[in-house]
Design a protein around this ligand. Sequence first.
Ligand code: PXG
Length: 454
Amino acid sequence: MNDIAKMGALAPEAAAHPDNDLSAFWMPFTANRQFKSQPRLLARAEGMYYYTPEGRPILDGTAGLWCVNAGHCRKPIVDAIAQAAATLDFAPAFQMGHPAAFELSSRLVALAGKPFSQVFYTNSGSEAVDSALKMALGYHRARGEGQRTRFIGRERGYHGVGFGGMSVGGIGGNRKAFSGALLPSVDHLPHTHDLAHNAFTRGQPQWGAHLADELERLITLHDASTIAAVIVEPVAGSTGVLVPPAGYLEKLREITSRHGILLIFDEVITAFGRIGKPFGFQQLGVVPDLFTVAKGINSATVPMGAVFAREGIYEAFMNAPQNAIEFFHGYTYSAHPLACASALAALDVYEAEGLLERAGELAGYWENALHSLRGEPNVIDIRNIGLMGAVELAPRAGAPGARAFEAHVKAFFEEDLMIRFTGDIIAMSPPLIVQKTQIDQMIERLARVLRRLD
Ligand code: PXG
């Protein structure tokens, strides 16, 4: 009897697939043994719903992993991918090109608006982050400031899992096992999460802008001339929707500009409509020098990420000799034809349905719905911006993280609802097509889960 059949008693859904053996797939960022003892399988998806192998609909409260912004299996995107696969399956992007890559770049740059003028493609957010860091180093070197090699990240920042992103990232657990191999010249700003001052804030907290002044302290310590870039998520997603205090990002912008340091926003989650405008920086009113995207760029249909560069960055590289490669960086699948086709189709859907502004329209409704959970058992904070929200639970004595993990499992099995968890924080970020009635259902289901938890 194979593994999954043995688990039949525990997980009838998994048993519906007797040919499956769960052991060979080493699952990413997963409690593998727990999952394989209680599998949560998704077989199909449409619109706002996933479906289990038996056809049980699961309301998607997280847009997959913060990424399926247009909703699942949208026909125009599916058709565009199928057509691309049949027309131009692959084309090299090194020293060659294909039309969709250029068309997509022009559309993306227009969507970002001035001062952004170039887009560089990757296959993931992690690669976008490492590409942006390398771009920052190359930019300074091309301008005769090759000694600027230091990066400043932030505690509780998540910038993916490449060596660069992990190094500037601020999640202890993601770094611990690899600590001997992190980038050498990295420092971190303090995070901005403070329950004593900001619990149950709606939108941007008023307290905390002064935490950006820590950058001045790091600049005094290291000297500005050694610092290439500061990288932050405009809204920290993975570590539980940490909304920037009012005035905080403005201060980071002012300090970095004054010292010739590049400001990189990691918009892998906040881009493509998540907080109310096409890009997070547009909603928050602070313009970085570089920003990274992935996920929503094509509603997560084909792996794709990108770095946007403001005017002057690309140009700094163009002083290389004629016919020389200007930036020694790129991926086999940079601007893959299927990814470009899916992104063009996703942009069409976003524009036709007004989805990149929809989080702004629904933000008030979402905020009220989410904050109605105040007073439910163990809820110690609720926070929100656009269509992102988090409910923080008091940790169970001696078992941090257990309560939110159980909420995730109960939501899936008992309430047909998909939510994310990190530590004892529950996070939600529905597809941008979500209806108000579906927001109500998510909150009602989550409330029932919270009432059933010890
Ligand atoms: N930067 C940010 C801000 C991210 O949120 C990455 C980089 C890395 O992207 P890739 O495509 O390499 O995974 C991310 C990814 C979660 C969760 O549940 C978040 C991410 C990925 C998976 C799960 O919070 N963010």
